[in-house]
Design a protein around this ligand. Sequence first.
Ligand SMILES: Nc1ncnc2c1ncn2[C@@H]1O[C@H](COP(=O)(O)OP(=O)(O)O)[C@@H](O)[C@H]1O
Ligand SMILES: [Mg+2]
Length: 249
Amino acid sequence: MVKIINLKKKFGNFVVLDGVNLEIKENSLTFIMGQSGAGKSVLLKHIVGLLKPDSGEIWFEDKNIVKLSEKELQKIRRKIGFLFQEGALFDSMTVEENVAFPLKEHLKLKKKDVEKKVEELLSAVNLLDARKKYPSELSGGMKKRAALARTLALNPKVVLFDEPTTGLDPILQHTILELIADLKEKYNLTCIIISHDLPLALKFADEIAFLYQGKIIETGPPEEILKSSHPFIKRFVETALINDKGGEL
Ligand SMILES: Nc1ncnc2c1ncn2[C@@H]1O[C@H](COP(=O)(O)OP(=O)(O)O)[C@@H](O)[C@H]1O
Ligand SMILES: [Mg+2]
């Protein structure tokens, strides 16, 4: 679905990505993990074409998006949903207006079809009751769900999430990931989630990829990550599981 080959990116002399290789399987829920500052957000911005690499390839379906013109990239971007850390809802619009916005703006749907789709999406994220509310009236979890509904409005194939659970309490973190996992099945999505929360990744991921010193040092399903012999991952796992006293591992 998405294949990244030898991706390199420097800011000035500061190397952030130093030859990233990663293949994301179709209809998978893949977690990209790493320490703060490891370059996770930078990697995600490359996948959606917001940053250009110094070298390397990013294949989406049959196209290397690094080589595309801005116009061709626009078409691909429609198929890639991106959920920013802050959700980025329009504050002056209600929840339903936020979700309707891409449907009117990009898909040019008729009023009746917009209403139908908005209702379907808000129901999928359990937010029908809050359809008339403004973002300032919503809790953190509700904002995430509204942003998710808006992202799904354009029928993306791949959805990228930058730290979707950061700042939420543990119960809400689970609720949001359960929702993402359900929506993945319902809409046949490929989900790429950035996180530094290992217990959540172990519970929800199909695949986990570790970004460390500019490279993906390990990928695999949770049970393989737990068995990794890489010293950094071993330390990451030990620390995370000690801190997660409420976890079930
Ligand atoms: N546009 C930019 N210009 C310069 N440095 C950047 C830029 N974006 C990110 N960086 C640097 O790249 C490193 C990785 O950042 P980021 O991908 O945001 O880390 P994280 O893994 O926490 O998401 C950081 O040191 C950050 O300061
Ligand atoms: Mg980040």
